[in-house]
Design a protein around this ligand. Structure first.
Ligand SMILES: Cc1ncc(COP(=O)(O)O)c(C=O)c1O
Length: 478
C-alpha cells in the first residue's frame, strides 16, 4: 500500500528547502536566535507561520484545508478540524456551539475537567448523570441508555448530552449507539469526548468509534493514542443538529491566532499513520500485547486486567496500592500513564509491522523491581476508597452564582454537608472528585482523605498543607 499523502507535512518540507529569509515571526528566526539544545533547535527550522503557500488554520483554503479534508474523509465526518490546544479546546468549542447561559446540558459525572470548565464558562446548567462503578477497573464506568432516558424524560429541553467514550481506563460499555439513537429522538445532539479513542477508527479488535455510531460531535486527543505531538487533537462534526460553522466560530475564538505548524504537521502525519494501519499491523500489535501480558502474568503477585480497548492495560500488584507500584516502576525508568489506589494504567504503543518496542526488556525490569520489594513492609493490604456512585443530580449553585457568594476555607473533616466553592480534581486523570457548586457528602471527604493518604496528586481548590478545602459560607438545608 502506498503511504497516504500528507499535504501539510509536504508543504513545510518544501518551504524549509527553499531556505527563505525570515523577517517574520516567530522571533527565533528559524532557530538561529535560539539557545535551545541542538536537537530541539533543529525542529524550529520548521516552526513557520501563515506564510505564502502554508494556508491559515482559521480560514483554510490551501494545504490545511486539504489536510483537514483528508482527515474528514478518513474518519467519515462532514467536517473535521485540527486542534492545537488538545481535546480541552474541542470540549470547550462543542459545548459553546450547543449551549448558552441557563441552558440545560446532560453530562456524565465522570467527565474530564474541561467539560466542567466549558459549562462554567457558558453558564449552562448541568444535569449530572453518575456512571455506575465499573467492577473490572474499579473506577467510574459509562452511563446506561436507561439513565440517559430518565434524564431526557426529566429534561427533554436539554441542549446536549455529553458522553465520555471510552473512559480513561478504556471502558466503552455497550449502550452508546442506543443512547445516541435515543437522544436523537428527542432532537438532542450527542457530544462525545472520545479523547482516548482516536485509534478506534481502525476497527475490530478496537472498539467502535462514536462517529460510526452516529454521534454529532466527536473530539479526539490524537496525541494520546496516535503518534501526534502533545496538544495535537481532532474535532469531527457529523450532524443535522450541530452547525459546524458555530464550532468553527468558537474554535477561532478559543484557539491561538498563531497555531503551531509543527503541531498541525504532526496531526497530518498521525492521520496518515492511522489511515495506513493494516490488518497485519493489528495482528502484530495483538500478538506482541498477548506475549507481554503473558510475561507479566508470570511475575508473582502481578495481576493484569484487559479492558474494552486493547491499547490500555491495567497492572496491579497484590498488597500494594497503584501509587506504590508506580513508584517502584519509576525507579526502573518505567512510567505509567497514571496510578490510582488499586492499579497503574499503561497506554500501549499502536505498533505497526515495521516498528518495535522492547516489551521483553520491560517485563524483565518489572520483574526485577518487584523482586526487590520487601513484602513484609507492604502497606495497603486491603484498599477501599468509597465509590461515588450516586443518583442523577444537579449542582446546588452554578458557577455564576458562586462568583458572588462568600466562601471560607475549612478543614476537610467538617466540610461534609456544605457546598464546594471550587472543584477538587485528582490529576491525572483530571476527573473532578468535587465540582464547584456541588453538595459535599461524607463519601467525598472519605475518598479525598484516602486518596491523599495514598499519595494522589490534586489540582483545584484545595490547600493540601493546611488540609482545607473552600466551601460556600452559607450553609444549605439537608
Ligand atoms: C477524557 C478526557 N477528555 C479530555 C481530555 C483533555 O485532553 P487534552 O489533554 O488533549 O486537552 C483528557 C485528558 O486527559 C481526558 O482524559
Amino acid at each position: 500500500m502506498e503511504s497516504p499523502e500528507r499535504p501539510l507535512v509536504k508543504a513545510l518540507l518544501k518551504f524549509k528547502e527553499a531556505d527563505s529569509v525570515s523577517f517574520h515571526v516567530p522571533g527565533h528566526k528559524g532557530g538561529m536566535l535560539s539557545s535551545l539544545p541542538t536537537e530541539l533547535r533543529s525542529m524550529l527550522r520548521y516552526d513557520f507561520t501563515e506564510l505564502a503557500g502554508l494556508d491559515d488554520l482559521h480560514e483554510p483554503d490551501g494545504v490545511i484545508k486539504e489536510a483537514q479534508q483528508k482527515l474528514s474523509s478518513f474518519y467519515g465526518s462532514d467536517h473535521s478540524f485540527f486542534l492545537v490546544n488538545g481535546s480541552t479546546v474541542g470540549n470547550l468549542a462543542m459545548i459553546y456551539a450547543t449551549c448558552g447561559a441557563g441552558d440545560t446540558i446532560i453530562v456524565q459525572r465522570n467527565a474530564h475537567k474541561s467539560v466542567f470548565h466549558a459549562i462554567e464558562l457558558t453558564g449552562a446548567k448541568p444535569v449530572l448523570v453518575s456512571a455506575g462503578l465499573d467492577r473490572l477497573t474499579k473506577t467510574a464506568g459509562v452511563m446506561t441508555v436507561e439513565q440517559i432516558g430518565e434524564a431526557l424524560e426529566a429534561y427533554p429541553n436539554a441542549k446536549a448530552v455529553v458522553i465520555t467514550h471510552p473512559t480513561y481506563y478504556g471502558t466503552t460499555g455497550t449502550d452508546l449507539e442506543k443512547t445516541i439513537g435515543l437522544c436523537h429522538t428527542y432532537g438532542v445532539p450527542v457530544l462525545v469526548d472520545e479523547a482516548h479513542g482516536a485509534h478506534f477508527v481502525i476497527g475490530d479488535p478496537f472498539p467502535r468509534s462514536a462517529l460510526d455510531m452516529g454521534a454529532d460531535v466527536v473530539v479526539h486527543s490524537a496525541h494520546k493514542t496516535l503518534p501526534a505531538m502533545t496538544m495535537a487533537s481532532f474535532l469531527h462534526v457529523r450532524s443535522n443538529l450541530v452547525s459546524y460553522e458555530r464550532v468553527a466560530h468558537y474554535l477561532q475564538m478559543l484557539q491561538s491566532s498563531s497555531p503551531s505548524y509543527i503541531l498541525m504537521a504532526s496531526l497530518d502525519d498521525a492521520r496518515a499513520y492511522v489511515e495506513s494501519y493494516r490488518e497485519e499491523d493489528k495482528a502484530l500489535f495483538m500478538e506482541r500485547r498477548s506475549v507481554f501480558i503473558e510475561r507479566l502474568t508470570m511475575i508473582p503477585r502481578i495481576q493484569t486486567v484487559r479492558v474494552d480497548d486493547p491499547l490500555k492495560l491495567i497492572i496491579r500488584l497484590e498488597g500494594y496500592s497503584g501509587f506504590e507500584l508506580q513508584r517502584v516502576l519509576e525507579a526502573e525508568g518505567i512510567y505509567a500513564e497514571l496510578a490510582d489506589p488499586y492499579q497503574v494504567l499503561f497506554v500501549l504503543p499502536l505498533l505497526k509491522v515495521e516498528s518495535d518496542y522492547p516489551f521483553e526488556e520491560i517485563s524483565r525490569k518489572i520483574e526485577s523491581a518487584i523482586a526487590q520489594l520487601d513484602h513484609a513492609d507492604r502497606t495497603w493490604s486491603s484498599i477501599e476508597v468509597p465509590s461515588l456512585d450516586e443518583e442523577t443530580s444537579c449542582l446546588t449553585y452554578t458557577a455564576g452564582q458562586l462568583t458572588t457568594m462568600e466562601t471560607e476555607w475549612v478543614p476537610y473533616e467538617v466540610a461534609a454537608g456544605r457546598v464546594a466553592a471550587g472543584s477538587i480534581i485528582p490529576y491525572p486523570p483530571g476527573i473532578p472528585l468535587l465540582i464547584g457548586g456541588e453538595k459535599i457528602r461524607d463519601k467525598h471527604i472519605q475518598s479525598l482523605m484516602k486518596l491523599l493518604q495514598m499519595g494522589a496528586k490534586f489540582q483545584g481548590s484545595i490547600r493540601m498543607n493546611d488540609e482545607q478545602i473552600v466551601v460556600v459560607k452559607e450553609e444549605v438545608e439537608e
